[in-house]
Design a protein around this ligand. Structure first.
Ligand SMILES: [Zn+2]
Ligand SMILES: [Zn+2]
Length: 235
């Protein structure tokens, strides 16, 4: 008696599941036809059953693993940076597999909202900030792997590439973490270093000094044999 009841319950629920799946797939079909990415993403976020996780993905002859950092194609030829969190696929009615990736965004200088100009001046074009923002995106937006170094590693790198970035803070709920005031300071101006600017190295205090702060031109700096900054000269 109890067995037959169980079977009954289980067969009913299977039938219901099938109907649900069919309904979802026909929705999905419509969304795909209209290229309605927002609705597809909603399915991915709400319906755990229609997706499967994969540890790696092959796209344009490159294998990407969960946990790697990626360069992502943005609008107007801009490049976004994100960590690959999940690889999933949705199946449509014809059993075609549509892969998607879940990413965690790293913001770049242009995406930081409400930051003082004075602070922005210290931020590099190649600097990224880890956020707590996630999205599902199409795999076609992957450009390639991104390399994210610490500031110290980046400072010592011999050859820079388009896919090399550095990170010294996160950007959580529109706030820098650690706060700007706690970033390591350099130069006589005592401000955080922006590697995009021009510097000269002080042989005594072993610090980078902004050319601008000591009124030196690039040519003058190149001709210098040895540089000692104003503060070290005083001592
Ligand atoms: Zn300075
Ligand atoms: Zn010095």
């Amino acid at each position: 008696m109890s067995v037959s009841q169980e079977q009954k319950i289980s067969s009913t629920s299977t039938l219901k599941d099938d109907q649900n799946l069919q309904r979802k797939q026909s929705h999905l079909q419509n969304f795909l036809r209209r290229n309605d990415l927002k609705s597809i993403i909603r399915i991915l976020q709400t319906d755990k059953k229609s997706r499967t996780n994969y540890p790696k993905l092959k796209y344009l002859n490159q294998i990407y693993h969960v946990g790697q950092n990626l360069c992502i194609r943005g609008d107007n030829r801009s490049v976004y940076v994100a960590k690959l969190i999940k690889i999933v696929k949705l199946m449509d009615q014809e059993n075609n597999c549509i892969p998607f990736i879940k990413v965690q965004w790293f913001y770049r200088k242009t995406e930081l909202i409400g930051l003082q100009k004075d602070h922005l001046d210290c931020i590099s074009e190649n600097e990224v900030f880890k956020t707590n923002e996630f999205d599902y995106i199409e795999i076609e937006s992957i450009i390639g792997l991104a390399i994210i170094l610490s500031y110290e590693e980046y400072d010592h790198i011999e050859e820079l590439n388009d896919n090399i970035f550095f990170m010294r803070a996160s950007y959580i709920n529109e706030k820098l973490l650690p706060p700007f005031e706690q970033w390591k300071k350099i130069c006589v101006c005592k401000r955080p270093a922006n590697p995009d600017l021009k510097y000269v190295f002080c042989e005594i205090c072993k610090q980078w000094i902004h050319l601008k702060c000591i009124g030196l031109s690039q040519d003058q700096a190149k001709r210098l044999q040895k540089y000692i900054c104003p503060e070290c000269k005083k001592n």
